[in-house]
Design a protein around this ligand. Structure first.
Ligand SMILES: Nc1ncnc2c1ncn2[C@@H]1O[C@H](COP(=O)(O)OP(=O)(O)OP(=O)(O)O)[C@@H](O)[C@H]1O
Ligand SMILES: [Mg+2]
Length: 277
């Protein structure tokens, strides 16, 4: 049994146990319990956080420059649009990788910005890395509510969304980091949220940033809920065996393609423009 299968099996066992312990699992598609008053206060404070500055050096697509890096992200955007358009659009897309620090969040952010700048459609970027959320860090914001509160405290999603000021790019931050997010991510409520986002806005892209596939079950669980997965491989990061094992696992669901990040060997042969990219 592969490590991902083991992680998924362990997560399933934990879920079963937690269902037995608390008969009331979080399966409601519609919030049923009142949102705590403390959260409501935070939400009203949050509405002022627009537009964002987007100053992070790595957010190349946010600046009005025509660099090789921006070109690469635009090419990625065009390929993605071509691969996801069709009779049954694949508009819920998860970004993951084998191990940590391969560039998942940067890819998700730059892709979302590139899509939002080019199209008149809403792009929703969801920070589903509840273990180590970082989208808010790269955007230099401190949201007090997010996906965690939508899942755990039944906060309506629209109350946790942040407009970025870049086209129609909207961010659903994680809200807070939690140690064991698998139960929340695999809950019926998460399924309902993903389904609702897909069906309510069929013409918009919903991009989920996730933790690495090894050793956590989170990405594997989410892959079963979204339409497709974009896999990031950073040169020299994951061991080849681990990469092959993980990719095989994700091929069981819909795998859109692989983004080869920080590709020095390729770049050195092709062009000096890319620098560290
Ligand atoms: N192509 C690149 N060139 C240079 N630095 C990069 C590149 N891609 C990512 N980085 C840097 O690597 C670090 C990790 O990037 P990022 O947060 O996107 O990775 P991640 O896969 O989301 O990590 P984690 O698994 O911790 O969530 C960041 O400091 C980012 O700026
Ligand atoms: Mg990340």
């Amino acid at each position: 049994m592969s490590r991902i299968e083991e992680a998924l099996k362990k997560a399933a066992q934990q879920r079963k146990q937690s269902r037995e312990e608390q008969t009331d699992s979080a399966v409601a598609a519609v919030p049923q319990t009142p949102v705590p008053a403390s959260l409501k206060r935070k939400v009203s404070a949050l509405l002022d956080v627009v537009p964002l500055k987007l100053n992070h050096l790595m957010l190349a697509t946010a600046r009005d420059e025509k660099t090789a890096v921006v070109e690469e992200y635009n090419k990625l955007r065009s390929t993605l649009i071509a691969l996801t358009s069709g009779e049954k659009p694949l508009n819920t897309i998860m970004v993951t990788s084998t191990v940590s620090e391969e560039g998942k969040t940067m890819t998700a952010l730059n892709l979302a910005i590139s899509l939002a700048k080019e199209h008149d459609h809403t792009v929703l970027l969801v920070d589903a890395d509840l273990r180590r959320p970082s989208i808010h860090r790269y955007l230099d914001i401190q949201p007090e509510v997010g996906l965690v509160h939508c899942l755990r405290d039944n906060l309506p999603i629209e109350q946790a969304l942040i407009k970025t000021g870049v086209g129609k790019l909207v961010v659903l931050p994680a809200g807070e980091a939690i140690k064991e997010p698998v139960d929340l991510l695999s809950s019926g409520r998460m399924k309902a949220i993903v389904k609702e986002l897909k069906q309510r806005y069929p013409d918009r892209y919903v991009i989920f940033d996730t933790p690495p596939a090894l050793p956590f079950a989170d990405a594997g669980v989410l892959a079963g809920m979204v339409d497709t997965t974009l896999f990031v491989v950073r040169e020299g990061k994951a061991k080849l065996d681990d990469l092959v094992e993980t990719l095989e696992e994700f091929k069981r669901h819909h795998l859109l393609g692989v983004v080869y990040n920080d590709a020095h060997s390729f770049v050195n042969r092709q062009s000096y423009y890319y620098g560290n990219y």
